[in-house]
Design a protein around this ligand. Structure first.
Ligand SMILES: C[S@@+](CC[C@H](N)C(=O)[O-])C[C@H]1O[C@@H](n2cnc3c(N)ncnc32)[C@H](O)[C@@H]1O
Length: 173
């Protein structure tokens, strides 16, 4: 069996939507791609900011467990923001709001149905859980392969990017 988890509810929601609602997600992403491509390059920052504002305004309205269209829209928004924000970063402020600015891309690939479909097929037999990393411990035996992808350590004094969510994961953890 395979098990994946993360403490970030929106990342886990996105994995779950890719697993269970890939076709609807691809429709949303293709619409977003058309909208972005048809927007004048000078106005793309406004489009980015309006999606970012919607994403942040809806953060407490989402039922993360329900198989709803609302959930697919949120996964599509996260992928849209990830594809066109600065360096594909994911960063939240202390209020839990996504605050990465717009990046500079001439032809970002927002919709990639082939890739989403391939990942969805791969995820069919995977248990996906919103959980702290310690929750996997009761599943681990001497035959398990465990892979951790923890927050990156800062490279220098000026690069202190390690926080993806409001809480920190440090060397001690
Ligand atoms: C380098 S990113 C890995 C991203 C992820 N592998 C993906 O599919 O995009 C580090 C991840 O560690 C997660 N994280 C931070 N603290 C955690 C904790 N206590 N338990 C589980 N995941 C945690 C963050 O939410 C973030 O998604």
């Amino acid at each position: 069996m395979a098990y994946i988890s993360d403490i970030n509810p929106d990342l886990i929601l996105t994995y779950t939507v890719i697993q269970q609602q890939a076709d609807t997600l691809c429709d949303f992403l293709e619409r977003s791609q058309k909208k972005y491509d048809n927007t004048d390059p000078h106005d793309r920052n406004y489009l980015f900011l309006s999606i970012r504002n919607q994403f942040n305004a809806q953060q407490f309205e989402i039922n993360y467990n329900q198989r709803s269209e609302n959930r697919v829209l949120r996964a599509a928004q996260l992928i849209f923001l990830n594809k066109i924000c600065f360096n594909g970063l994911y960063r939240l402020n202390s209020k839990g709001e996504f605050n990465v600015p717009h990046g500079k891309y001439s032809h970002p690939k927002i919709a990639d149905p082939e890739n989403i479909t391939a990942v969805s097929t791969f995820l069919q037999n995977v248990e996906i859980k919103h959980a702290d990393y310690t929750d996997c411990l009761n599943k681990v035996t001497s035959n398990s392969f465990v892979y951790f992808d923890p927050p990156y350590k800062p490279l220098g004094k000026t690069a202190n990017f390690t926080t993806y969510t409001e809480t920190e994961l440090t060397d001690r953890e």
